[in-house]
Design a protein around this ligand. Sequence first.
Ligand code: HEM
Length: 466
Amino acid sequence: MIDQEAESGEHLRDGLEPDVYPVPEGRWQRLKRTEIWRSVFRHPQLDTPRGRALQGFSNVFLHIYPVKVPRRVLRLRYSWRLGYIAAVLFTILVVTGVYLMFFYTPSVTSAYGDMQQLRTGIGFGQLVRNVHRWSAHLMVLVVVLHLVRVFFAGAYKRPRQFNWVIGIGLFAITLGFSFTGYLLPWDQLSYWAVTVGTNLVSYVPLFGGVLTDVLIGGPQIGQATLLRFYALHVAVLPVAIALLLMVHIWRVRKDGFAVRRGGVGAFAEGATDRANSDVADPSATGTITTAALPAATALALESGDRVRLLGVVDRESVTAEERLTDDTVFAWPHLIVRHVVVGLGTIATVLALGVAFAAPLRDIANPNLTPEPAKAPWYFVGLQELLSHFDPLVAGIFVPAGVLLTLTFLPYFDHNPATESKYRRVAISIFATILVIALVLTVIGALFRGPGWKFVPPWQHSYLEM
Ligand code: HEM
């Protein structure tokens, strides 16, 4: 119907659009009116409320976004765009990772040689590897910051409890990605960092032996481990993260953005659904007539700037809406342009890091030569530091498992509905204390530990391994 409208210019005359658009002329416009073009882009690019809504509904990529978002979502301090930056980093990792896969064989006899070859013999090989590595480090950091931001904003509370749990899954998978990738270069750094990391697993009560066997596939890290880590890194974890991300981002929309809504009250739950469902103009919902809604989902094109998706809601939920102050803006261009800028900034950052700092490649892995110190990857080095003070079962298993489980179920035992920090002093104090302890342990382990895990100030000698 819309296509026919476009063909005939009906959409310009039907009273729904301001009649200010000239009838398309010129080669470019003619191209846009060809059948091929219109079979791909189903709706003309009209810069009107209805045009923007139709493009959003009919484009799979834009459909990730709600047609309209609460104005406060545009503010940087709503999310610092951290979730979005994590998603961009993940995309960069997929693209660079596929390029690296062209030149890498997961075999102990060739993996290290492949890495050397990437450095010298393959176009952009070194740069792509550097960018991949920096994006991985940054992704761990950004996901942690995103988690911290969500906590301090109280955005894990009803109705977003389950999305927080999914987030914890994403966090675990992100660590899994980094850890399994660490082994692939098969140099001394990767071999021993993974040895230290996997040693922890052996302390798991009852199942430690079995888990170590499954992960390592033998008495020590070798060919079986490399193959398993590779399979996890390029197949299992990507599928897992894709599934969880799909649900995560879908739920961000359906649960509603955790922002205050103008005229609705603090973190309104029902209201967020309205603003983020496929209803383009929530302020007008009270005016929908109850006359026979179509059984199938259909676009309701009405006068003015109202565009709705009907047919998936029951009659009561449509008619019982109260009238809200409209505090929403169109995702296109307001939010999407901001995302494009942040995305380009993220790409520029990892490119700059990749050009400036090369990914390390030490000597080939040697199981008989333990480097001093043998450090875990930086995000596990806090745990390694803790292990140097306490019993491995406590420091390596009980503490991390306790923290992870507490974090996972946090939304279900924190029944305080308040999101402002002044009403959440206890929760914030506990969380902040754990965060500071983790940070201090990580900084000490990464920067202040040398051979024999002795204290060495970084200004004397740096043993930081990235
Ligand atoms: C691969 C990792 C992750 C990606 C790509 C990701 C992506 C996103 C995106 C794009 C958003 C929308 C708003 C924003 O930018 O903040 C979001 C929101 C959210 N994320 Fe994540 N996320 C990840 C990990 C996590 C983790 C580790 C948690 C917490 C345990 C979490 C919990 C949440 C919650 C509760 C929201 C809704 C918050 C709100 O509406 O303000 N996410 N995430």
